[in-house]
Ligand binder design. Structure first.
Ligand code: AMP
Ligand code: MG
Length: 420
């Protein structure tokens, strides 16, 4: 049974209830940027795996240098030199030091490192003696085995998006191959007799199809692989044929246009005729009210408004978490920030959640949102560029400048989740 008129939250929940993670693959870690881990990753060895120096200086026995002052330095015999990646068999005896560089393993017998700055031998690499000018605490300038990551520790959880930091962590624990979810393939079908491909000349009454390209970018940014279909006219048979051909290839389909109440809005009929069913139609939001969610051949189909900005907001709210859930992300929901509304958007009360284009700036330590005073209408595409967020003005509450509102930030980096 098709439901009509859901809240944004109900609609998100309904979409997420009908998507599931795609299959998993194993791949070289170096290629896994932007994929999602399909398994927990634990450390087989501690990091670091040996006690190492954090400074360039001298490995010493701290008991030797407790009386050191700049006027009365403690003199030690230098028994060799090691850099990172080198080691020594020498066991430090009282009165001895080993010249040591950052990253090198601490020689046995040593329990502290006197950094060059508190010695008199920094510029004398061949010196056989060194004066230590200040006392050194036990353990000073030593990074202990397992200090960063304990052996057996869970480093990354299943469902974490692999970003730059996650790649570093995987490399740090020696993981060369990872099991990840493959990227979900998301079909993009734009409908409308007025649409013209960018290679063609425009004739009167026609517009260029821009939604296909907008969605292509969004889908890639959100962790999917866009599969761009040829645009179709508002002929139900053409739409049905396009959907039928696409479904076996894709994990989900996104359509734009044809979901409203116009004479040529054939999308809902086409979903049915393609062997699917419409779960819900219309969400209590503007722009993007006529968003439609269907299931065709057991795969999710998200029907976006054709108006570019309306389609954008629909995609941000519904397509983004759907792709992330299909890609195996543990927390697929889009999480808005709370920001201060800086200016009154002067809206008519329409009983719907409004999503407004806004710039967001940090002023006096606060993130403040300035709704664009013009160019908010759903058909305007130019003002989608250069904004930082869509802010949400709830249907019910009255909002005035100074109130906190939700901001859906548009430039958040791929965020991973790191186990503490
Ligand atoms: P519809 O949702 O089909 O009623 O379309 C609403 C508005 O969006 C109309 O002005 C369409 O011309 C426009 N539109 C529909 N599809 C696209 C598209 N793919 N690219 C740009 N504009 C579109
Ligand atoms: Mg149309």
């Amino acid at each position: 049974m098709m439901r009509v008129g859901l809240t944004v939250e109900e609609a998100i929940r309904e979409v997420l209830a009908h998507v599931k993670p795609v299959s998993t693959i194993e791949m070289p870690m170096k290629d896994a940027f932007g994929y999602t881990l399909a398994e927990d990753v634990t450390a087989n060895a501690p990091v670091p795996s040996f006690d190492r120096s954090m400074m360039d200086g001298f490995a010493i026995r701290t008991a030797d240098v407790q009386t050191a002052t700049p006027e009365t330095p403690v003199r030690l015999q230098v028994r060799g030199r090691i850099g990172a990646g080198q080691a020594t068999d020498h066991v430090l005896q009282p009165g001895e030091a080993i010249r040591i560089m950052t990253g090198a393993p601490i020689p046995r017998g040593a329990d502290g490192v006197a950094r060059f700055e508190i010695t008199d031998a920094q510029n004398h690499p061949e010196a056989e003696e060194v004066g230590i000018l200040l006392p050194v605490r036990e353990g000073e300038s030593i990074s202990l085995t397992g200090e960063d990551i304990a052996v057996g520790a869970k480093v990354l959880k299943k469902g974490t998006v692999i970003g730059a930091v996650e790649m570093a962590l995987l490399a740090t624990v020696g993981v060369a191959k990872v099991t990840v979810y493959r990227k979900p393939i998301i079909g993009v079908l734009s409908s409308g007799r007025e649409l013209v491909g960018v290679e063609q000349p425009l004739s009167y009454g026609k517009i260029y199809n821009s939604n296909t390209y907008m969605l292509s970018g969004l889908i890639s940014a959100w962790g999917g692989v866009p599969y761009l279909l040829d645009q179709v006219d508002d002929e139900v048979d053409d739409v049905v044929e396009a959907i039928r051909n696409a479904m076996p290839v894709v994990d989900a389909l996104v359509t734009t246009g044809g979901v409203s109440i116009g004479d040529f809005d054939v999308m809902r009929a086409a979903y049915h005729l393609s062997g699917g069913w419409v779960n819900f139609w219309k969400v209590n939001m503007r722009p993007g009210t006529p968003f439609t969610f269907a299931v065709v051949q057991e795969k999710p189909v998200l029907g976006l408004s054709g108006n570019p900005a309306a389609g954008f907001v629909n995609a941000m709210l519904f397509v983004q978490p759907a792709i992330r859930a299909m890609a195996g992300v543990a927390q697929p929901e889009t999480r808005p920030l709370q920001v201060v509304l800086a200016e009154d958007p002067e809206l008519k009360v329409i009983g719907m959640d409004r999503f407004l284009r806004a710039t967001v700036r940090i002023d006096q330590g606060q993130a403040r949102a300035y709704p664009l005073p013009a160019g908010q209408s759903a058909g305007i595409i130019s003002t989608l560029s250069g904004i930082q967020a869509f802010i949400r003005i709830p249907a019910k509450a009255e909002v005035k400048p100074g109130d906190l509102v939700e901001a859906y930030m548009l430039d958040l980096p791929v965020a991973g989740e790191i186990v503490p």
